[in-house]
Design a protein around this ligand. Structure first.
Ligand code: MN
Length: 229
């Protein structure tokens, strides 16, 4: 097939210990999925239904990259998250079957232009320009379920310039991975290749030019991203 214009290629992520790559479809993100983070954002962490927003697939940035500080913001924030990669799609997936749809897991950052997001919240406008911008979705290689199983507990943390700023445990997720998949698949038909950023623990905060971000999820991996000076 020939396109009428010059067009970018399929976005992919590496797969651990494999020459094959994972094609990235849509990127869904869960909002406020750790109680302490909900509190720090000024919300009651009572178990309200999960809610979702999206990023474009080409917001993906590879582990180890140096990326430019994004446009317009003066308050870029880090959110370290475990990323769930869907191997099989489906709608109305039952909780008990949800994990059968997972290909593997990665470590990601839901980078956020907090000032733009805050303004959108105040005005009752969409969040996209606070969340879905260029280079806003760094992610490591994916570890298939055959290597890591389904991580449900274990440390998740982020260091900025060598200092721990975010720290939590996967067991503290308000909506765990199977529940999140089940809920999201009631709202949209999930497809193979979709990623789900599962939410961030407390400690979100500013990122400046020249900062080095190092994230970790037990059993899943380590992510390093540097912001250009
Ligand atoms: Mn997030």
């Amino acid at each position: 097939m020939e396109y009428a214009i010059e067009f970018g290629s399929q976005v992919t992520l590496p797969v651990a210990q494999s020459a094959k790559r994972f094609p990235v479809g849509r990127i869904y993100c869960v909002g406020r999925n750790y109680a302490e983070h909900a509190r720090e954002m000024g919300h009651d962490p009572d178990r309200e239904p999960p809610f979702f927003f999206m990023k474009p697939a080409d917001a993906i940035v590879s582990d180890g990259a140096t990326i430019p500080y994004p446009q317009v913001t003066k308050d870029l924030h880090h959110e370290i998250e475990m990323v769930v990669a869907m191997g099989k799609g489906g709608a109305d997936i039952p909780v008990e079957k949800a994990l059968e749809h997972v290909f593997g897991y990665g470590v990601g950052l839901d980078m956020t232009r907090r000032d733009i997001q805050g303004e959108a919240k105040k005005m009752g406008r969409p969040w996209e320009m606070g969340k879905a911008f260029d280079n806003s979705a760094p992610c490591t290689e994916l570890k298939p379920v055959s290597m890591v199983g389904h991580p449900a507990k274990g440390a998740i943390w982020l260091k900025v310039n060598g200092k721990i700023v975010q720290q939590g445990d996967l067991s503290e997720l308000i909506w765990n991975v199977p529940e999140t998949i089940a809920y999201l698949s009631k709202l949209v038909t999930l497809r193979p290749g979709d990623l789900i950023y599962s939410g961030t623990p407390a400690g979100v905060g500013p990122v400046n030019r020249g900062d080095k971000l190092e994230g970790h999820v037990d059993g899943v991996g380590d992510l390093t991203i540097v912001y250009a000076k």
